[in-house]
Design a protein around this ligand. Sequence first.
Ligand SMILES: *[C@@H]1O[C@H](CO)[C@@H](O)[C@H](O)[C@H]1NC(C)=O
Ligand SMILES: *[C@@H]1O[C@H](CO)[C@@H](O)[C@H](O)[C@H]1NC(C)=O
Length: 218
Amino acid sequence: MKSTLLAFLFLSALSSQLWLGAADASPEQVVDTSGKKLRAGANYYIRPVPPARCDELYDPRSPEYGRCLIGNGFVLVRIGNKTCPLDVVVVEGFRGLALTFTPVNPKKGVIRVNTDLNINFTIQTSCPSNVWKLDDFDASTGQWFVTTGGVVGNPGYETIRNWFKIIKYDDDYKLVYCPSVCENCGGLCKNVGVYVDTNGNRRLALTNDPYKVQFQAA
Ligand SMILES: *[C@@H]1O[C@H](CO)[C@@H](O)[C@H](O)[C@H]1NC(C)=O
Ligand SMILES: *[C@@H]1O[C@H](CO)[C@@H](O)[C@H](O)[C@H]1NC(C)=O
């Protein structure tokens, strides 16, 4: 009896230490292109790095040159003949549509690396939700595409496809799908990158190659 109690006390001392240790080691805060901390719920553009194929487009007289200066951005498009949800693609020559990030703990005001979060396009469309969601496996292309139609919050098995993370990558960042919102929920853990489909759409999909991005305040 006594030893059980001691063991319990020891365990709780140990776990509170672990907890304190974890609190000390909060993951690094994500910063935007001007070095400011990313805020939950604020509007940002996700900007691929480097912008367009800039190295090739050195001629200022080329129409491509202007696109290169503006860079690329993330937008919503309708792919195939389904009405909703819209899919996420990268386009050239446009900074993209503004997005918000909501961390798994919505009380946290800042966005940190390696932390589950929801990503929502701020624009209103004819579809009910523009929150990022991993689509079902597409057998015809062998891809896991990123689509929309997700919900914000409710971490757990039912929402497992809605959670993404920002990871430090060199001096910039990358996005990953590697949710930790529920244990033993299956092991998909991959980079979010670009897959160019047969129609030339640069669709967001899970990739082996990381896709380097920055966050620009909108
Ligand atoms: C478009 O919809 C029709 C039926 O509604 C379906 O048979 C066809 O495969 C769809 N096409 C594409 C490209 O999804
Ligand atoms: C996503 O953002 C839009 C525009 O701000 C907002 O109307 C919508 O409620 C948000 N979606 C969720 C699930 O929070």
